[in-house]
Design a protein around this ligand. Structure first.
Ligand code: 5GP
Length: 327
């Protein structure tokens, strides 16, 4: 047993220090980025925020709205494949049980999503995807992990982008059920640094509860930010509305296991929970709020664009939880 005693940070542990800005108006802050990916060599330009591939947020209706901004949607892997093939802001999600020969759609992006990206089987599968005719030329996202060594390994196996986050999700109970996890801002900073050194990219996935957390993710070196809870509860989530509330559940919650696998397997614990959240109407209104907040973050930090945020960001550690400060 070993204790690593340098302190790791979550979003609530820091604030971004304000700095002199040359921007004349926050409208001028550029939220778009252009990336060229390590293995596929594809280029993509857009606002690098992604709706999570959960039942509730990874819907076709969500993708239709977000592509207008233009932002990305990782469709839930249970969305019917016949509904595919209409633009390059679709990310298709697969699991380790996917037969790659059956991937005949033309989506440019593919996301191999597993709860634990530390297995040899997962790493071998990423390498297989980079060799396989159906996937070798696509932008491959793979995750989740939360440490720089694993990030490097997955990039070297063939992924263009590594998804970072073990345990921070709003409806995730992994930290409670298993004791495993890593504070998400430190994971972002450490994995981003490792990925960028190899010409790869990262997605920070999970734990953003307010716009400031998204700004801190970009400031900490995230290339993309994936959102579940912040985009939940909208019309586009296609859930039932009861008493002005919608159910939002984790993808390994008992609810999801019953819906997609006919019940909870006896050897598995549930590592997700279900919560009732307020219905919030059109997601476009929430997205406008998010983008407005991010423009303001850039202006305060003295950054002309979110691309410049990491070099303009100085984090100051705070000595009490922001929740306490806000309430
Ligand atoms: P949020 O933005 O809601 O904080 O986090 C969304 C992320 O939580 C998802 O993209 C996914 O990585 C993770 N997640 C979703 N459902 C579950 C679950 O049931 N268990 C765990 N451990 N993580 C989940």
């Amino acid at each position: 047993m070993r204790i690593q005693d340098d302190i790791k940070l979550d979003f609530d542990d820091v604030l971004i220090k304000p700095k002199r800005s040359t921007l004349v108006s926050r409208k001028k802050a550029n939220l778009e980025r252009t990336f060229k990916f390590k293995h596929s060599h594809h280029r993509w330009t857009g606002i690098p925020i992604i709706a999570s591939n959960m039942d509730h947020t990874g819907t076709i209706a969500m993708a239709h709205v977000l592509m207008e901004f233009p932002m990305l949607t990782a469709l839930c892997k249970f969305v019917e494949s016949t509904e595919w093939g209409w633009n390059n802001n679709i990310i298709r999600t697969i699991g380790l049980d996917q037969n790659l020969d059956e991937l005949t759609d033309d989506s440019m992006w593919i996301c191999l999503d597993v709860a634990n990206g530390y297995t040899e089987r997962f790493n071998d599968y990423v390498a297989l995807m980079r060799r396989h005719a159906a996937t070798k030329d696509r932008i491959i996202i793979a995750g989740n992990v939360c440490t720089p060594e694993a990030t490097e390994q997955i990039l070297l196996a063939g992924a263009d982008i590594v998804k970072i986050g073990i345990g921070p999700g709003s409806v995730c109970t992994t930290r409670k059920m298993t004791g495993v996890g890593y504070p998400q801002l430190s994971a972002t900073m450490e994995c981003g640094d490792a990925a960028h050194g190899l010409g790869g990219h990262i997605i920070t996935d999970g734990g953003c509860t307010v716009v400031g957390d998204i700004a801190k993710s970009f400031g900490g070196g995230a290339d993309f930010v994936m959102l579940g809870g912040m985009l939940a509860g909208h019309k586009e989530c296609e859930g039932e509305i009861e008493d002005d509330k919608m159910i939002f559940y984790g993808m390994s919650s008992t609810e999801a296991q019953i819906k997609h696998h006919g019940g909870k397997k006896s050897h598995r614990a549930s590592e997700g929970k279900a919560v009732m959240i307020d219905y919030r109407g059109n997601v476009a209104d929430t997205v406008q709020e998010i983008l407005g907040g991010l423009r303001s973050s850039c202006t305060y930090a003295g950054a002309k664009s979110i691309k410049d945020l990491p070099k303009c960001t100085t984090f100051v550690k705070v000595n009490r939880q922001l929740n306490t400060v806000f309430n």
